[in-house]
Design a binder for this molecule. Structure first.
Ligand code: BES
Ligand code: MN
Ligand code: ZN
Length: 494
């Protein structure tokens, strides 16, 4: 991870300098000094560029003098309208312009320490790369920046704010690493192994294998897994930051997060077309997000009791694969007619959700899943679909989405949709036809929440990005880690 140092403001003698500017104001902090040292170059450049400090606007001035390699001026918009999200994006924009420098400083003198830390967070999030499998990249093509100084008056305060933000960034990177891994490397057992490694953060991690799940009666999950030579796993992660792990509170009901972890989704016997099938390596993004979230909560010693459960399978066609028409018995006892083996995520979630409510009796459950292509048709790549039986939880999630930029949009649930998944032969079938495909998927899942407060996030359109965004390089986004960390921080700690 990019190294962040908070230091008192002084004009750097070399490297790059980033200045932040509010709309209609001169850039902040060292602006005056830098402009004088470079003989007025910065003021002239901003005038030529007609730069006014608008949000998402930036100007790069190359070799301005005074030993500096470049000065990057980033607009923050109007002071009254600056949000954490906007500060993250300013940090990300700066980082994108800095990759050719070895050292750089961001002048954040006019920001509060917490705001300075948000700028750092944006820069770090943007600096993520997954280059484990590149053996031939020339050193000069790699980003050179390893250390970023944030110049701020109250460095000590900013540093303590950053401690927290850094843990969240580390959680985001855990998720991005898992989601980026190729499916031959990250099969279910490997994903479970990587969860185990997080015990070093103070998480309690238990792994269940196929025998354990057979004993419990996880017929829905195991039906999906049976076509693959790679055995399934379920991982249970616990963080007791309120009642244990340094917390002193009496044990209360935990909050619960559940993830779909299909390490590769071929569709099974209802096989998918070849074009774009490689995308289905990230069909474990729901699980990856739950794992990264738990890492973030533990990393920042969140004062909350939380559990994270992930169901991990590979959906393959084979001589032993589940057939369309099969009837399986879920852990809840309800039977399911499997009409389409490609609607596998809901089968995995069915057993893990039932287990979660039975074992932990949580305050609420939130599941995350790359569940349906239909949600991409409905909401594109701007919002995750939110389905819930709890208005309060919806409001909190919507607010956390706006604060972090990981936005959610509520979709309906209704008995009328539930009728679409009635079966002639079993308690339900696993698809409800094309109309409202994301909703019937959610109705299916709701049958396994046993009336607990619950929210389902369909992140199929959000888990992977084919283009660069201000704080997210293209590829795995880790959508949901910051959203849910914020939900916890704002409502469930202390
Ligand atoms: N993993 C897919 C959903 C998906 C599609 C995620 C595109 C990300 C991008 C899921 O398992 C699936 O195959 N869903 C089917 C359901 C259908 C058979 C009812 C779909 O969306 O087509
Ligand atoms: Mn599928
Ligand atoms: Zn899937």
């Amino acid at each position: 991870m990019l190294d962040i140092a908070f230091v008192r403001p002084s004009l750097p003698k070399s490297g790059a300098l980033v200045l932040l500017a509010h709309e209609g104001e001169k850039p902040s902090g060292l602006w005056q000094q830098a402009d004088e040292a470079t003989g007025g170059t910065i003021a002239r450049a901003l005038e030529v560029a007609e730069f006014k400090g608008g949000k998402d606007k930036s100007v790069t001035i190359l070799a301005p003098g005074a030993g500096l390699s470049r000065v990057i001026v980033v607009g923050l918009g109007k002071p009254a309208e600056v949000t954490d999200r906007g500060l993250n994006e300013a940090g990300g924009t700066a980082l994108a312009a800095l990759s050719r420098d070895t050292t750089a400083a961001i002048a954040a003198g006019t920001l509060t320490p917490a705001q300075a830390a948000e700028v750092a967070l944006g820069a770090v999030l943007k600096s993520y790369r997954f280059d484990r499998y590149r053996t031939k990249e020339k050193p000069e093509d790699k980003p050179k920046l390893t250390k970023l100084s944030v110049l701020t008056g109250d460095a000590a305060k900013a540093r303590s704010e950053w401690e927290r933000d850094k843990a969240v960034a580390e959680g985001v990177f855990v998720t991005r690493d898992l989601v980026s891994e190729p499916p031959n490397v990250l099969h279910p057992a490997e994903l479970a192994e990587r969860c185990k490694k997080l015990t070093s953060l103070g998480l309690k991690v238990d792994v269940l294998g196929p025998k354990d799940m057979q004993k419990l009666g996880f017929g829905a999950l195991l039906g999906v897994a049976q076509g693959s030579v790679n055995e399934p796993r379920m991982v249970v992660m616990q963080w007791n930051g309120a009642s244990g792990n340094g917390g002193k509170k009496a044990k209360e009901k935990p909050i619960a997060f559940v993830g779909k972890g299909v390490t590769f989704d071929t569709g099974g016997i209802s096989i998918k077309p070849a074009g774009g099938m490689e995308d289905m390596k990230w069909d474990m993004a729901g699980a990856g997000t739950v794992v990264g979230l738990m890492a973030a909560l533990a990393g920042r010693r969140a004062k909350v009791d939380a559990v994270g459960l992930v169901g991990i399978v590979e959906n393959m066609p084979s001589g032993n694969a589940q057939r369309p028409g099969d009837v399986v018995k879920s852990y809840s006892g309800q039977t399911i007619e499997v009409i389409n083996t490609d609607a596998e995520g809901r089968l995995v979630l069915a057993d893990v959700l039932w287990y979660t409510q039975e074992k932990f009796d949580p305050k609420f459950m939130i599941d995350l899943a790359t569940l349906t292509g239909a949600i991409i048709i409905g909401l594109g790549h701007e919002h995750a679909g939110l389905f819930s039986n709890d208005d309060g939880l919806c409001q909190k999630l919507t607010a956390a989405g706006l604060a972090t930029g990981e936005k959610v949009w509520r979709m309906p649930l209704d008995d009328a949709y539930d009728k679409q998944i009635r079966s002639e032969i079993a308690d339900m079938k696993n698809i409800g036809g094309r109309p409202g495909g994301s909703i019937t998927a959610a109705q299916f899942i709701q049958r396994f929440v046993n009336k607990k407060p619950w929210a389902h996030l369909d992140i199929a359109g959000m888990a992977w990005s084919s283009k660069d965004a201000p704080c997210t390089p293209k590829g795995a986004t880790a959508f949901g880690v910051r959203l849910l960390d914020r939900l916890v921080a704002d409502h469930y700690e202390g």
